[in-house]
Design a protein around this ligand. Structure first.
Ligand code: FES
Length: 105
């Protein structure tokens, strides 16, 4: 069942513990599957220097920016320490028919 307002975010082929930068309706979104298999979707631009989170890694419930090492809580986008002080925006996410879908609004 696809909820209204959700946009396609690519195939649901993420292994647990992996994340990927996806284009969702022209916006960069980091989609991630935590170690328990739950999906998350966050802004694809780091709040520190607005650089893309391409190459980010997941570790212990956090996403780590590949540029200067800022860490953000996966579930909330809350920064866990410097150099970032602002959160990443988070989005509702669902998995349907082998695809990931994200609601940007
Ligand atoms: S751009 Fe992410 S920590 Fe600097």
């Amino acid at each position: 069942m696809v909820e209204p307002g959700f946009a396609d975010a690519g195939p649901a082929d993420l292994e647990p513990g992996r994340c990927a930068l996806r284009d969702v309706a022209g916006r960069p979104v980091l989609v991630a599957r935590d170690s328990s298999g739950r999906l998350h979707a966050l802004s694809g631009s780091c709040s520190h220097a607005l650089l893309p989170l391409d190459g980010a890694r997941l570790r212990g419930g956090a996403v780590m920016c590949p540029h200067h090492g800022a860490r953000f809580e996966l579930a909330t986008g809350r920064p866990l320490g410097p150099p970032a002080s602002a959160p990443l925006e988070t989005y509702a996410v669902e998995e349907a028919q082998g695809r990931i879908r994200v609601r940007l609004a």
